[in-house]
Design a protein around this ligand. Structure first.
Ligand SMILES: [Mn+2]
Length: 355
């Protein structure tokens, strides 16, 4: 077994004392509350949606009023979750809640002006697990060791002795698999799997949920993907995988422009490739460049900055006014320069065992 497959952290991270104290205070407020408002960050993901729905189910089973509130519509992918159809997108100013629970949100700024005023919200409880953020609320439960907010909801249920029904267990399981990538990401720990096990004991069928969340591409998207994959070119000694999309390809496949989303990852995923590039001929002229890096050695945000765009170390983009061929040339040259700045060309892409 190589070192990278060996565990270097504790199997069960100790829950910080202040997290436990905050959770106890949150439970006390929830126990007494009659009317509870539940919300998450804008465009809630699987964790946000699943933990809201799961907590709503648990609270309603106690005879309480629990309102799920999201200004943005719930993504089609999660619409089938129990109780999600009861989500409201406005809260009237004369409503009064005993408390409001904000899930999966590391910063009050991410709520924008969607959070109702304090007199509407009542006691503000936050349940979050982001390591970097600014915990907020009257009671902030913020635990980076929790793989998903669903884990924190399971902790609440266990602490309060609330029975988990399938109606609560299913969305909580979705919260868990969303944030752990199906128990594969680095945040997957013993507690995440223990919670998964508990949820299965209470009615979750993992294969059914996996099937419900499966991406079902339209025939047009699949035709377009086939066309895009056939454009793959490897540059920079196999370290850059470049894919191209043109208007003709989109129209020929009878696909939509949205179908292009995520296709850049196919170039990045090729064996040996460190940077994936997708070149898209823009409708208004020029070429849209997307870059994804799987190596911390090349900051594609910086590479894109040299081309007039920007981004993060792992993801960048820019718009160029040249033709597709000229753009490809410039992008490859910029990447070549970035790879050359690396102290030594990487031949073996496997992570070093020392880190
Ligand atoms: Mn989350």
């Amino acid at each position: 077994m190589s070192d990278e497959h060996r565990r270097t952290t504790e199997p069960v991270p100790t829950i910080p004392v202040q997290v436990d104290l905050a959770l106890a205070r949150a439970c006390e407020v929830l126990r007494k509350a009659e009317r509870i408002l539940l919300t998450s960050h804008r465009r809630p993901d699987g964790d946000g949606t699943g933990s809201m729905a799961g907590l709503a189910s648990l609270l309603r089973a106690r005879g309480k009023t629990a309102v799920i509130y999201s200004v943005d519509p719930i993504a089609r992918r999660y619409k089938w979750l129990p109780l999600v159809h009861t989500t409201v997108n406005t809260i009237s100013f004369d409503e009064r809640f005993d408390c409001t629970v904000v899930v999966d949100c590391a910063d009050i700024a991410l709520l924008g002006d969607t959070l109702p005023p304090p007199e509407v919200c009542g006691t503000l409880i936050t349940l979050d697990h982001h390591a970097s953020g600014h915990p907020f609320g009257d009671i902030a439960v913020s635990d980076p060791t929790a793989a998903a907010v669903g884990v924190l909801v399971v902790r609440i249920a266990e602490r309060e002795g609330w029975t988990l029904t399938p109606e609560a267990a299913v969305p909580l399981y979705v919260s868990l698999i969303s944030d752990t990538g199906g128990f594969r990401h680095a945040n997957t720990n013993a507690e995440a799997l223990r919670c998964g096990s508990v949820l299965i004991q209470h009615g979750v069928v993992p294969s059914t949920i996996a099937a419900s969340l499966e991406e079902r591409p339209s025939p047009g998207k699949l035709r377009l993907l086939g066309a895009v994959l056939s454009t793959l070119e490897l540059h920079c000694a196999g370290r850059a995988g470049v894919l191209s999309v043109t208007t003709d390809m989109v129209e020929g496949a009878r696909a939509s422009w949205e179908d292009i989303e995520g296709m850049v990852n196919w170039g990045r995923n090729v064996e040996g490739v460190q940077v994936g590039v997708l070149l898209t001929t823009a409708k208004g002229g020029g070429v849209r460049v997307s870059m994804r890096s799987r190596s911390d050695k090349v900051d594609v945000g910086k590479v894109c900055m040299t081309l007039g765009g920007g981004g993060h170390p792992g993801a960048g983009g820019c718009h160029m006014t040249d033709s597709l061929a000229a753009t490809k040339d410039k992008v490859v040259k910029a990447l070549e320069a970035a790879f050359n700045r690396q102290s030594r060309p990487v031949i073996d892409p496997t992570p070093s065992s020392s880190g």
